[in-house]
Design a protein around this ligand. Structure first.
Ligand SMILES: Cc1ncc(COP(=O)(O)O)c(C=O)c1O
Length: 375
């Protein structure tokens, strides 16, 4: 394992294979919380300190994504990020957005709100649970503005080839909005391939809810407007003399109209201080090795008798930290595994899909325990 289990809350007596749903909290997050409490009580200096922590965390996110920190802002959720794009672009009747049928709701429902502007949502259907880049390309037409896709699918575990997808989307004159919630923190995300990258922080990034990362590729999408304005949107403001005058930030801070969730950012900062020194490529190798062991082990079980069917591709470059299994026995299996101290993600969501995830705190014995319990 890359980060010892005893660094985390609640891992003493369980096999935690649920990172795709919720990761456990690092004990050291208490230190981050206490730092926030100390900083917040320091009067005017408090604001400087917490703002500096936000800027430092932004630098870490820039490192993680391989982009300039000034193109990063902190928002509340992936859903909010998708809505920023939906309302920050100018639309014409007849424009369309292409999505896949296995996307999470954060990347689906915001586009339906554009119906009243005459914007259509086109859906790419999976084949045997896989989304193919050529099927995506086939859906793109001259009116396609955006392709919205998860880097790693929460539903099937498939990792789409980011550079190939981006090339296909850009070749056809559209923009790529990437939901990287299931890749950031566990596999490499070369964010600059895409035009927008959004990631929640409470899964693979070891952070918590209410803080998400929003990357804006200013070079490829310079005319994305900030759909919400507030006091923090202003780089300079007219004040009481000229109350309506403001100049917006030139960088991604323009998407933060007010104080962000600073406490969540302190926690994210601590999470990144733990993850970044490990090296994202090492984390990726570790997760792929464990999920490979898991996938092989499951395919060696009598999966027909168990009524399991593996959805996640075998090839390492086409998966991340999740192995997903379709079964009509999901509730029964996840309850039985839980009784044996093995935590997987099954019942929540109610879609007959079992998701088993491996992250930095897991090792081969966890996978063996899960396979034993499944058998
Ligand atoms: C692909 C994906 N994106 C985003 C989220 C979380 O979305 P939000 O930050 O809007 O709560 C999830 C949660 O399961 C997810 O699976």
């Amino acid at each position: 394992m890359l980060l010892h289990k005893n660094l985390f809350e609640g891992l003493d007596n369980v096999v935690h294979l649920s990172a795709g749903g919720e990761t456990p909290m690092l004990h050291s997050h208490r230190g981050a919380f206490e730092q926030f409490m100390r900083d917040k009580g320091r009067g005017e200096r408090a604001r400087e300190l917490i703002h500096e922590k936000m800027l430092e965390t932004r630098e870490h996110c820039g490192t993680l994504f391989g982009v300039d920190a000034s193109d990063i802002s902190f928002i509340s959720s992936t859903s909010e990020g998708m809505n920023i794009v939906a309302y920050g672009l100018e639309w014409q009747p007849g424009d369309n957005v292409v999505i896949a049928d296995v996307e999470f709701g954060s990347g689906v429902y915001p586009w339906t709100l554009l119906n009243n502007k005459g914007v259509e949502v086109k859906i790419v259907r999976h084949r045997d649970w896989q989304i193919s880049i050529s099927d995506i390309e086939a859906q793109i037409d001259s009116r396609t503005r955006l392709v919205v896709m998860s880097h790693v699918s929460m539903f099937t575990g498939q990792r789409i080839q980011l550079q190939t997808l981006a090339n296909a989307v850009h070749r056809r004159g559209a923009l790529l909005v990437l939901d990287a919630t299931h890749s950031t923190g566990v596999v490499r995300v070369d964010a600059s391939c895409a035009d927008i990258v959004i990631s929640s922080c409470y899964k693979w990034l070891l952070g918590t809810h209410g803080t998400a990362i929003f990357y804006w590729n200013r070079k490829t999408l310079p005319d994305l407007n900030a759909p919400f304005l507030g006091w923090a949107s202003a780089a300079t403001a007219g004040g009481w003399k000229d109350p309506l005058v403001l100049t917006q930030h030139q960088d991604a801070l323009r998407f933060m109209p007010a104080n962000p969730n600073y406490l969540g950012i302190y926690i994210l900062n601590n999470a990144l201080n733990n993850l970044l020194p490990l090296g994202i490529d090492n984390i990726e190798q570790h997760a792929l090795s464990l999920t490979g062991q898991l996938r092989d082990g499951i395919s060696n079980l009598d999966i027909e008798k168990l009524r399991l069917s593996i959805m996640t591709p075998d090839t390492p470059e086409n998966r991340g930290g999740n192995i997903c299994i379709m079964s009509d026995r999901v509730d029964e299996i996840s309850a039985e595994l839980r009784n044996r101290g093995v935590l997987v993600w099954g019942t929540y969501g109610g879609d007959s899909r079992l998701r088993i995830s491996a992250h930095v705190y897991n090792d081969e014995s966890d996978i063996d325990a899960c396979l034993d319990a499944l058998a």
